[in-house]
Design a protein. Sequence first.
Length: 337
Amino acid sequence: MVFIKIAGMTLNSKTEAPRRKMLSEVVREKLRAGHYSRRTEEAYWGWIRRFIRFHGGRHPRELREREVMAFLEDLAVAGKVSASTQNQALNALVFLYEHVLEAKLGSLGEFARARRPERLPVVLSKEETRRVLAELEGVMQLIGELLYGGGLRLLESLRLRVKDIDFARGQIVVRGGKGDKDRTTMLPLAVVERLRAHLAAGRRRHEEELAAGRGGVWLPEALGVKFPAAAREWAWQWVFPARQLSKDPDSGGVRRHHVHENAVQKAMQKAVARAGLAKRATCHTLRHSFATHLLENGYDIRTVQELLGHKDVTTTQIYTHVMKRPGLGVRIPLDGG
């Protein structure tokens, strides 16, 4: 049998065309070309697969606006999903039709929307926050103090690289935060010395790994191609590296990833229990507490908005409803007002 190589594909003489790629392969290729995160890739393909199964395995090319509406309505009515979950499913299907099938969806008209309930965030008092942070240990305590001291989201703290910590200016640079936006926030003075010691120990380990022929770190695709040596530079290493080396799912290379978010969430859960709190506090509660305590201390809401990286100030305004003195310090009658 004769084999022919054309544009990286191997064909035999009896084959008229190369193997057609599966839909999942094309979807993932398009997402990676658009520099979507692996989390988004998994989420979008999950929704596309559920959409296909919902319609009996029919190919999406055979399905249009009516079928998309039926799927989204079923999620809201039968599945009782949240508004954000329904929106994510819609975004996945819009991406499928516009970027993969190149068949732009028309107007979806009216369909049952999942309700977006008005929820107030869980916020800890300053004393409760101190108690919880005191129950965390080592690296987990450092991470918790950055979540509270800088108003960081959990993944924003775990994805910090050494170069993002500016000790001279007392700042943290958050790269590619929510909405793929950069911003700066405060570096808490209370953690500076311990963070310096943590990074010094990390640098010694990094140099040992370089000497052993390892020491690389994941870089964004374009940057990794343009500056391949940067993966081994200290400035690009994770501030909070994982204890164990792991295999990169894309390149197959063995490298050290950052601490997994599940480990921090479990540590926080145990700390809240040991602190004896009756609140359902999570890692994100520390960010909520950061914003609320700043407002209670008299800081301008626009300043808090910038530190949190909120696109709209109305998102930040929700913390005015959970302040220690809501209603601008109004004294109620029962308290002698």
